[in-house]
Design a binder for this molecule. Structure first.
Ligand code: NAD
Ligand code: ZN
Length: 355
């Protein structure tokens, strides 16, 4: 399947399915007739598993590969600098293309490298995680600063996304769980049917059928496409994608990155946001059923031990999405009807204390 994404003035295809990476060479030839060289950026884990396969598909001279550390370690100034040095040494130019081959971390790094090298050269996302159905679409690219995650970045859309679901087969369970949380988010903010079909078809993350996986990931991408299409730079509806993330980010930061995955933190954040939505907007929703389902899938639905309400609130205020000192939350009036709401500190503190 091919999903067309329009963001700002740009339109690009997301090719999703089992085996779609085989069309990479053809896509490159068509899209870049004057291509000079290719820089693959991948991480150690994905590189070991699939780099040879990708190179065989490319079968071109002037393919250079930069292997970076796996996970958030990829998104540092030092690694970013290394990538730029590598690109200069290999004499990449404005007719070169960067391939981001890996999960969201590699995608964010490689996209930022591409967006800044020689004021911007084209890049293609070749995501290899479930989470990256989200991160590879929409054009947010970034690295981290010691004082904050994703603080240094830009909006820079890829030329294409090639999402070969065959690469997902080696994903560890924890990463499946992390990524799947964003699929649930996409369902909750978009429509009831999508949410119910997830709820009914997925009872065990270790046994998702290939058909279900493909169909749910496509649906998730379409939700993101629709939102990004209306608001590339997050002046409005794009903020809906932060559902579950205000508290989720605070949990990640407080617990320490790496001690809980992004998606697991977001799952807790979604439970919290749903509880607030019931309280503030009388959202009609079976929260107990939702929590039971998440727990069946292996998620925690409560705050990790040792995190205090005060510190979490402080973190939420520091979030770059907060304006001034007020915390802005994405709540639901109904499934598929997100709203942005400033919430009072006291309400948040009380809710966190009883959460
Ligand atoms: P990741 O890239 O760190 O990948 C997670 C782990 O899985 C890594 O250790 C990686 O080596 C491994 N891995 C990747 N593909 C694999 C495969 N096919 N088989 C086995 N192992 C594999 O993380 P992620 O969860 O994909 O993404 C998280 C990152 O994405 C964060 O940095 C987050 O900030 C970013 N993000 C960006 C956006 C955006 O819009 N740009 C949105 C959401 C998240
Ligand atoms: Zn997220």
């Amino acid at each position: 399947e091919t999903i067309e994404v329009s963001a700002g003035k740009k339109t690009y295809p997301v090719h999703i399915g089992y085996g779609v990476s085989r069309s990479l060479a053809g896509i490159l030839e068509k899209r870049f007739p004057n291509l000079t060289s290719i820089m693959i950026i991948t991480d150690e884990t994905v590189g070991k598993l699939y780099l040879e396969e990708l190179k065989q598909i490319l079968d071109k001279p002037s393919v250079y590969t930069k292997v970076v550390p796996a996970g958030e370690k990829a998104k540092t100034f030092a690694v970013y600098h290394d990538c730029l040095s590598f690109a200069l040494e290999k004499k990449l130019d404005r007719k070169s293309v960067v391939l981001a081959f890996g999960g969201g971390a590699v995608g964010d790094l490689a996209g930022f490298v591409a967006s800044t090298f020689m004021r911007g050269i084209p890049f293609i996302q070749i995501p290899t995680t479930i989470l990256a159905h989200d991160s590879a679409v929409g054009g947010k690219v970034a690295i981290n600063h010691p004082l904050g995650k994703n603080m240094i970045g830009s909006f820079y859309q890829p030329e294409a996304v090639i999402y070969d679901l065959n690469f997902l087969r080696s994903l560890p369970q924890g990463e499946v769980r992390s990524g799947f949380s964003e699929v649930i988010k996409h369902a909750l903010i978009s429509d009831r049917d999508f949410y119910h079909s997830l709820h009914h078809s997925i009872r065990n993350l270790e046994e998702i059928s290939p058909e279900d996986l493909a169909s749910h990931l496509s649906s998730g991408i379409k939700v993101k496409r629709d939102i990004v299409g209306q608001d590339e730079k997050e002046s409005g509806v794009r903020a809906y994608l932060n559902f579950g993330h205000t508290l989720g980010h605070a949990i990640e930061a407080e617990a320490g990155y790496g001690s809980i995955t992004h998606g697991e933190a977001v799952a807790i954040g979604m439970v919290f946001a749903l509880r607030l939505s019931i309280q503030v907007h009388s959202l009609p929703f079976d929260i107990k059923g939702f929590e039971n389902w998440l727990e069946e899938l292996g998620y925690s639905t409560r705050l990790p031990a040792g995190l205090t309400p005060d510190r979490l609130l402080e973190r939420m205020k520091q979030d770059k999405k907060s304006l001034g000192q007020k915390v802005r939350f994405v709540l639901l009036k109904d499934i598929g009807q997100p709203v942005i709401q400033q919430l009072d500190d006291n309400l948040l503190l009380d809710s966190l204390k009883t959460f």
